[in-house]
Design a binder for this molecule. Structure first.
Ligand code: DGJ
Length: 362
């Protein structure tokens, strides 16, 4: 599997699981992601969340739609809506597989989180709900300014987002007060399960100006009502989270839709922060495309995964002209003594050596 190349599944078809996540369960790897269609239209969900499975992270068998789109026009996951960045975690306490995804309409004015659950990793996942989280709940780090009715009444709406004043206002004051009674907007997102089995939902909010970090309930099915904010007014999305030697690490993109841009690295002693940003963690260059750190190798982050203690990231190389032809890049993560990490380009990434696994069902 060459980074940025065609990655065929066991039937020879390029894997269709973008903005995805990887989960290992009982010796089998599962890859969940957005099933994209052809052309620019392919950004809209026609199938749902696709699942694949593998024993060696190289031979992938298509398991079909883990979460299928609905034919009901009233459903938030109706065909033609957006189902993005699906992440799946396993809850040891309940024995269930829990999927969170970003549920939106085409202009992103709807900014919900969706939660689905399944008894088996392949699914089918049952949709539990789609909503804006933390309605009538203030974050841990709420300030007087956040609650100031004068500021809240002057907070421009997402619909006015092309206005420079919107950007200035959200960058400076945020929108947690404006969203207090409606629930917080939830866009690009990921999940992280800590060593103590506590799980967190990390998502771009407040018009994408600020990242929210929410502790989940013990069954992982809901926000617990305890959440905080990180990177206030820093306009970051596509979060990837992992942990190394007790240090929490995050890599985010800037807010440019599907266009590539430099990544931001960050670290924290605690999941709820404070988070410290550091320089772009990307190093090196893809000789084929000439892309390097300035464009995250012409990619955007999808998820983190660890194999035999070694940390990797999966990136999406989006093709906005033909979404179904978007590609994948897997890169190893290197950790440094000062608590930072870096991600160096390599043309091929093999977390598991050849012959170490076998195809499922063989
Ligand atoms: C920003 C995200 O990072 C992209 O992956 C994609 O979801 C776009 N939003 C859609 O507008």
């Amino acid at each position: 599997m060459k980074n940025g190349g065609i990655w065929p599944d066991s039937k020879g078809v390029h894997i269709n699981a973008h903005g995805g996540s990887l989960l290992e369960h009982e010796g089998v790897w599962y890859w969940y992601g957005e099933n994209k269609g052809p052309g620019w239209e392919g950004r809209l969900a026609q199938v749902g969340v696709q699942a694949y499975r593998s024993r060696d992270l190289r031979n992938w068998e298509n398991c079909g739609a883990a979460l299928a789109v609905s034919d009901d026009p009233a459903s938030p996951i109706c065909r033609g809506q957006r189902i993005e960045r699906p992440k799946v975690i396993f809850c040891r306490k309940t024995g269930k597989f829990v999927m969170y995804f970003h549920s939106a309409n085409d202009d992103h004015s709807r900014a919900d989180m969706g939660v689905a659950v399944s008894d088996t990793p392949e699914g089918p996942f049952q949709l539990l709900y789609v909503e804006r989280p933390d309605r009538d709940v203030w974050p841990l780090d709420v300030s007087h300014q956040d609650k100031d009715p004068g500021i809240i009444s002057r907070t421009p709406l997402w619909q006015d987002k092309h206005d420079a004043e919107w950007r200035f206002h959200l960058g400076k004051y945020g929108a947690v007060g404006q969203n207090f009674h409606t629930g917080q907007d939830a866009r690009d997102q990921t999940l992280f399960v800590d060593d103590d089995e506590k799980a967190y939902h990390i998502y771009a909010s407040e018009g994408n100006s600020t990242m929210h970090i929410a502790l989940l309930t013990d069954d992982y099915l809901h926000h617990s009502g305890v959440y905080t904010r990180a990177f206030k007014g820093r306009w970051q999305e596509a979060p990837i989270v992992f942990k190394h030697n007790g240090v929490y690490c995050m890599m985010n993109s800037g807010c440019y839709g599907w266009l590539p841009c430099p990544a931001h690295g960050a670290r924290a002693e605690k999941m709820f922060g404070p988070w410290f940003e550091f320089e772009n963690p990307c190093r090196g260059r893809d000789p084929e495309t000439g892309s390097g750190p300035g464009t995250t190798f012409n990619c955007q982050g999808a998820c983190a995964f660890a194999v035999n203690g070694k940390q990797y990231v999966m990136l999406d190389r989006w093709n906005m002209k033909d979404f179904i032809d978007s590609r994948y890049v897997w890169l190893p993560v290197e950790f440094h003594a000062d608590g930072t990490f870096s991600i160096e380009w390599t043309s091929e990434c093999r977390p598991v050596e050849e012959g170490a696994g076998e195809e499922i069902g063989h």
